[in-house]
Design a protein around this ligand. Structure first.
Ligand code: ZN
Length: 389
């Protein structure tokens, strides 16, 4: 069973201005959620005025909705909330057929409807420009629509849908692990297929390889993906971070392993430690980790782990610490290549003036992580939440 989000620790920072349908969200901007009580109430009251501020996932049905959906109201303990439709998809939720959360209200043009339905029926198909043209669609127009409506590219949308479907199958990870091996990935498991393709591993090779189990962990900052062998954690990432596939490939290369959906004791331990971290009770992760890299990368990553909880360092300080004071850029890049989010705390590295700079999982997450650790204070909440009576 998928763990339910710890309710008390869901993001409760202020929300950005209510997004009007058709208004593209600002790329990389903070997308925090309204307070949890507000979202629960809006859901129970089917208050459509919260349109655009959050999406609701229902864990019992695996479906996600927009606020105000007329479908049956879920029980509170089965609600999870997402700032972006993309995150709900990656967490394995399917779009509701009543409220069509991927279609801005009244804005889905007829010319696009059949494509959306086709993707929904066959998420594993990759639609290239030529495929769009044979359906009488102008690729550029399709891309513009997705960018404008969902703030993501058509490519990102398809990827989110595939990954979400695949990860949705992880829920029965234990069984899938066995069956995926027995069938040599010939089963219908989208996840196994997607990941073995990604890894370039044939079924025969798979049987001889190290097993790297991949599971998702729901967190207050959105779904995370963990990958582990029997003795170490190799990857922990926010599911919608950029370059997730690349990071998976690096794990495959480093372990010479094959990725299969499932869980093990290492992942159980990560899940427990993350729970404790998010609730402010854990400062140092002790789960065994493995992240081989070049000598320089390993030096930087080791140095990152020396930054105490609750503190930050600049890139220049980090470069000096690894005795490469002029390699600030390389240090930044290595920071971004970190595959163990939170555990190797690359979020504790900030600009020379203290400003938050790049973070693979999104700047809003960097901000929230530093808030959890007490290294940043939350932005003032005054008046930003639209309370109605
Ligand atoms: Zn719905």
């Amino acid at each position: 069973m998928t763990p339910i989000l710890p309710k008390a620790t869901q993001p409760t920072t202020t929300q950005p201005k209510t997004k009007l349908p058709g208004t593209p969200p600002l790329a990389g901007a903070t997308r925090a959620l309204p307070p949890i009580e507000t979202m629960v109430r809006a859901t129970l009251e089917r208050d459509a005025s919260y349109e655009g501020t959050f999406f609701l996932g229902v864990t019992t049905t695996g479906i996600f909705c927009r606020p105000g959906c007329p479908a049956r109201t879920p029980r509170r303990e089965n609600m999870v909330f997402f700032p972006l439709a993309e995150e709900a998809m990656i967490a394995g939720f399917r779009a509701c057929r009543r409220c069509h959360p991927l279609e801005p209200r009244g804005a889905t043009p007829d010319w696009l409807r059949s494509l959306l339905e086709e993707i929904e029926q066959n998420p594993d198909q990759r639609f290239k420009d030529g495929d769009l043209r044979t359906r009488g669609l102008v690729p550029e127009r399709v891309r513009r629509w997705f960018q404008a409506q969902h703030g993501m590219t058509f490519h990102a949308y398809q990827r989110a849908r595939r990954l979400g479907r695949a990860l949705g199958e992880i829920q029965n990870g234990g069984d899938l692990l066995g069956s995926a091996f027995e069938s040599g990935f010939d089963s219908a498991s989208g996840f196994a297929e997607a990941l073995s393709k990604l890894a370039g591993v044939t079924p025969g090779e798979a049987r001889q390889s190290t097993t790297v189990v991949v599971d998702r962990i729901l967190s207050p900052l959105g779904p995370m993906i963990a990958a582990a062998t029997d003795d170490a954690l190799h990857l922990l990432e926010f599911a919608n971070r950029r370059m997730l596939e690349t990071q998976f490939l690096r794990v495959v290369r480093a372990t010479k392993g094959v990725l299969v959906p499932g869980s093990n004791a290492i992942i159980d331990q990560v899940r427990r430690e993350l729970d404790a971290y998010y609730s402010g009770k854990l400062r140092t992760f002790v789960v065994p980790c493995a992240m081989p890299g070049t000598e320089f990368q390993e030096a930087v990553w080791n140095e990152l782990r020396q930054i105490p909880y609750g503190e930050t360092r600049s890139y220049a300080e980090l470069a000096r610490a690894v005795e490469r004071p002029t390699a600030i850029r390389a240090v930044g890049r290595t920071n971004g290549d970190n595959r163990l989010a939170i555990i190797v705390p690359c979020h504790r590295v900030v600009g020379a003036d203290g400003s938050l700079t790049g973070y693979g999982g999104g700047l809003w997450r960097k901000q929230r992580l530093l808030e959890i650790e007490g290294a940043r204070t939350p932005p003032p909440a005054a008046g930003a939440t639209s309370k109605k009576s």
